[in-house]
Design a protein around this ligand. Structure first.
Ligand code: PRP
Ligand code: HPA
Length: 185
């Protein structure tokens, strides 16, 4: 079966946040995060692949501009696998950098039901991280989020619809669209 077409999705999608709005949100987040790391060692900056990549890159530059150095690593945990609803979490890559005693900053595209970031945060804590903060570009507004997880820094809130663009995929397409869209009916 062929994959659903990105063009068809875009034709019925609603644009929620354009590039200037998202860039502005990321600049605001960088100010907040800079203040949260006013003292202490260089944070270990973990990009949650794949969707977190564009956001994490932009946020990292905005933090660098504010004088906050970061050590980079990444992980890949996926539970959507190109589909529009989630299932069991699969770890495809774990960070190699030792976390014991470190301040860890996780950067991901979206906190939806929270299963992914709950598992990732718990794993970082199990590795001995001293502190784990979470920055997400988007937080989905609904009442299905699992207990025990919340983002410390949020760019924008999105409605309870499947969203794509700015790192987030529509059947593995559209991640490099410079805006966030809500999928239509
Ligand atoms: O809050 P949740 O309901 O757990 O969903 C959020 C997670 O889902 C997406 O990843 P996905 O599984 O699509 O992997 P990908 O980033 O490789 O596309 C997204 O990047 C988050 O990591
Ligand atoms: O709405 C979404 N869009 C893209 N990826 C996602 N991962 C969880 N929710 C979403």
């Amino acid at each position: 079966m062929s994959a659903p077409k990105l063009g068809d999705a875009l034709a019925s999608a609603q644009i929620l946040f354009d590039r200037p709005a998202l860039e502005q949100a990321i600049v605001r987040m960088a100010g907040e995060i800079r203040a949260a790391y006013a003292e202490g060692d260089v944070p270990l900056y973990i990009t949650v692949m794949n969707g977190g990549l564009p956001f994490a890159a932009q946020l990292a530059f905005a933090l660098g501009e504010r004088g906050l150095d970061l050590e980079f690593d990444y992980l890949h945990a996926t539970r959507y696998r190109g589909q529009t609803s989630g299932s069991g979490l699969a770890w495809l890559h774990r960070p190699a950098t030792p976390m014991h005693g470190r301040q860890v900053l996780l950067a991901d595209d979206i906190l939806d039901e929270g299963h992914t970031l709950l598992a990732v945060k718990q794993w970082c804590e199990d590795q001995g991280a001293a502190d784990v903060r979470i920055a997400v570009l988007a937080e989905k507004v609904h009442d299905r989020c699992v207990e025990g997880i919340a983002a410390d820094h949020v760019g924008v809130q999105v409605p309870d619809a499947y969203v794509f663009g700015y790192g987030m995929d529509y059947h593995e397409q559209g991640r490099n669209l410079p805006a966030i869209y809500a999928l239509g009916d």
